[in-house]
Design a protein around this ligand. Structure first.
Ligand code: AMP
Length: 283
């Protein structure tokens, strides 16, 4: 039997009223929900009596107006998936509620928020950091759940959360993948079948790197192995593939126990990102 549909709250005042004294779990999303989001919501629901799923397509984190316009908006399917996964409240604020007239404060995380995705998408992490700070301030969650799929975002959020002494904890959750290894992403629906096949070179490259890191700690050698997989797929236009320190995201020359491989590439006009712990499970 399906659970009772969670209320959809669109105002910050309504949210505060509903959540007063509850210390819920918070799962921030931009809608277009899939099994990756469901895993975060289910994790929260297993830990908290109340779970708020926010659905807000944040214009501040899209530097490209077309990308923003193409981004899927919240739908009844999102509400159903959130409910089935254990959400007790959906917060889907209007733009006006999130950024009321006079809104003038921005949060930016220096260094960490400026490299990799920060270079490719100027202003992106400032948008993320600002909206996450505001959401945590509004919800006052006991824990906020984020996916490792967006590894740099998770680390930016951890940093601002610590620096600004925000309430609760930040919990990182493992990347959910399709059977072909591709990390679930709302952008995948824009891939043609051929582009999708080509895109599997991304998790294949990461998997080969994880395998080779078992008996090699030379980052350049392991990078070369990943690069060869990506080079073999002409439809994949690489932006970056790097082996980095997980805290600072600075490139490493020697692979440490918690080193991370991060990758971004465009496949027929769709920008995809992925990552893996080099001493973790292969994608
Ligand atoms: P988004 O709506 O794409 O901004 O994502 C909302 C949250 O879901 C973020 O914390 C993402 O990292 C997380 N997420 C997105 N895709 C996945 C995935 N495939 N596995 C796990 N978490 C994910």
């Amino acid at each position: 039997m399906n659970p009772a549909p969670p209320p959809i709250i669109t105002s910050t005042a309504g949210l505060r009223r509903e959540m007063a004294g509850l210390a819920p779990g918070l799962v921030p999303t931009m809608g277009a929900l899939h099994a990756g989001h469901a895993s975060l919501i289910a994790r929260s629901a297993s830990n908290h009596d109340a779970t708020v799923v926010s659905i807000f397509v944040n214009p501040k984190q899209f530097e490209d107006a077309d990308d923003f316009a193409r981004y899927p908006q919240a739908s009844p399917a999102d509400v159903a998936l959130a409910a089935d996964s254990g959400a007790t409240l959906i917060f889907a604020p209007t733009l006006h509620e999130m950024y009321p007239p006079g809104f003038a404060t921005h949060v930016s995380v220096a260094g960490l928020g400026e490299r990799w995705e920060g270079t490719a998408r100027p202003g992106h992490f400032q948008g993320v950091a600002t909206v996450v700070t505001r959401l945590i301030g509004l919800v006052e969650p006991a824990r906020s759940y984020f996916g490792e799929k967006d590894f740099q975002q998770l680390q930016v959020v951890r940093r601002l959360h610590a620096d600004l002494a925000l309430p609760g904890e930040i919990v990182g959750c493992p990347t959910v993948r399709d059977d072909d290894g591709l990390a679930l992403s709302s952008r995948n629906r824009r891939l043609t079948p051929a582009a999708r096949r080509a895109a599997t070179a991304i998790p294949r490259a990461l998997a080969r790197m994880v395998e080779s890191a078992r008996n090699c700690d030379d980052a350049a050698a392991v990078l070369k192995i990943g690069m060869a997989v990506l080079d073999s797929e002409p439809a994949v236009q690489l932006d970056y593939l790097a082996i980095v320190d997980p805290e600072t995201l600075a490139p490493l020359t020697q692979i440490t126990p918690d080193a991370r491989a991060i990758v971004a590439a465009e496949v027929s006009g769709v920008r995809l990102i992925d990552n893996a712990g080099l001493h973790g499970e292969a994608p």
